[in-house]
Ligand binder design. Structure first.
Ligand code: ZN
Length: 260
């Protein structure tokens, strides 16, 4: 075996071992993603407020009202699910509360409820179903990655912000609606990307599991495509995130071992 082949064998053999060990998300990657997502959110909201012609003070008041409305929506939703479905699986619920604690949320403020289907987040609850998870053959890690996506929606108060934006859209004159609507859709997709990437930031293994979970969900999910970025684009930015982590974790910080 010549020197080139020896080097090639070394690289090939070291790739699985790199995957086998738990990579942590480097601080620099964490900071970069958090900062860029915050900036994107602020920019989108500011553009919308400009179109709606409302001040920051008025926006804050709108958010307060939206929190009240979202609490009421939560209660109605929870009551409906309680009537329709059994109690959530205790093991799943315990895992959910462990994830909440790890993400710095006081568990008693947020509950998990059986919604009989795909994971979803309200203002203060996450709905999901063990039966649904099992039917899609999701591993525990993949389920946790999806739950971290929903927890991210709660951390960022996405339901509240959406309700506040929607209320402003309803109040705005027709000639401003046309300009606002595409940005509203853009924000909606942004919040899904932010939830995915927030789940990825919880750990490299969660990022990998999220990518795998989305691949498994595709055949079951013709209805959720319109409210989310496409599965293709979700797979792309999750892959890019994984590459950033691996690249940053390698010695020279420049080699991407995931690139084929
Ligand atoms: Zn989501």
């Amino acid at each position: 075996m010549n020197r080139f082949n020896t080097a090639l064998m070394f690289i090939i053999c070291s790739i699985p071992s790199l995957y086998a060990q738990e990579l942590s998300v480097p601080q620099a990657v964490h900071q970069r993603y958090t900062h860029e997502l915050e900036q994107e959110h602020t920019s989108l909201i500011n553009n919308l407020l400009r179109i709606f012609d409302v001040s920051n003070q008025e926006w804050q008041e709108e958010l307060i009202q939206a929190r009240r409305d979202s609490d009421q929506e939560d209660e109605a939703c929870k009551a409906r699910y309680t009537r329709m479905y059994d109690r959530i699986n205790p093991e799943l619920e315990a895992r959910f509360h462990a994830l909440l604690r790890a993400q710095g949320i006081n568990g008693s403020d947020v509950i998990m409820i059986n919604n009989g289907g795909f994971p979803e987040a309200g203002k203060g609850f996450v709905g999901c179903s063990k039966h649904s998870f099992d039917s899609m053959k999701l591993t525990v890690k993949e389920q946790d990655a999806l739950l971290l996506h929903e927890i991210a929606h709660i951390i960022h108060e996405d339901v509240v912000v959406w309700n506040a934006l929607y209320s402003l859209l309803n109040k705005t004159p027709w000639y401003r609606k046309a300009a606002a609507f595409p940005l509203m859709v853009k924000w909606h997709w942004f919040k899904e990307r932010r939830a995915d990437l927030t789940a990825c930031l919880a750990g490299y293994s969660y990022a990998q599991a999220l990518g795998e979970a989305l691949r498994k969900i595709v055949p079951f999910s013709s209805t959720i495509q319109t409210s989310h970025p496409t599965f293709k684009s979700r797979a792309r930015y999750i892959q890019a995130f994984c590459e950033h982590v691996v690249s940053d974790a390698t010695t020279d910080g420049a080699v991407s071992v995931t690139k084929s």
